[in-house]
Design a binder for this molecule. Structure first.
Ligand code: RP5
Length: 164
């Protein structure tokens, strides 16, 4: 059974999506990944959502740029939580995708992350925190992840101070 699904709207979004993929791998979250577009392959997107729900997906991540409909369209077709990651790269430098993802009209929520790879990393971490409400097996790894982060802040402070 899978737990999560990651969609990207175009192969050009892949670099950003790697942030989420790496986190899911690190936490051993069984996930599926597909390139599929809300406007270029709308029927395929609906089929994938349905089939991934049948396979056990409990949460969806949608990574898209420009007029970023992907997360909203996924959210319209599932009652699972949907996390959207806006992608930079347009002539508007991602402001278009950020607003498209964050400004969902009431009734169909999308949890919008920050732009780019950091947003993708946070999308996967938030997905794991949501999955953890039911599946406690991720809690230990999440605590270790936070501890590693805290130590790396400390060691970078030490390193900079050594060279002051
Ligand atoms: C969106 O349009 C995709 O998510 C991508 O970020 C953007 C540009 O797509 P390409 O023209 O690079 O395929 O649908």
């Amino acid at each position: 059974m899978i737990k999560a699904a990651i969609f990207i709207g175009s192969d050009s979004d892949f670099e950003v999506a790697k942030g989420a993929i790496e986190i899911f791998k690190e936490f051993d979250v069984p996930f599926v990944f597909e390139v599929t577009s809300a406007h270029r392959s709308p029927e395929r997107l609906l089929e994938l959502i349905k089939s991934f729900e049948e396979k056990g997906a409990e949460i969806f991540i949608a990574v898209a740029g420009k007029a970023a409909h992907l997360a909203g369209v996924v959210a319209a077709h599932t009652i699972c939580p949907v996390i959207g990651v806006p992608v930079r790269g347009s002539s508007l430098n991602g402001l278009d995708s950020l607003l498209s993802t964050v400004q969902m009209p009431k009734g169909v929520p999308v949890a919008c992350m920050g732009l780019g790879k950091s947003g993708a990393v946070n999308a996967a971490l938030l997905a794991i925190q949501i999955l953890s409400l039911k599946d406690k097996s991720y809690e230990g790894k999440m605590r270790e992840y936070r501890e590693r982060m805290a130590s790396s802040v400390e060691s970078s402070s030490k390193k900079i101070k050594e060279n002051l």
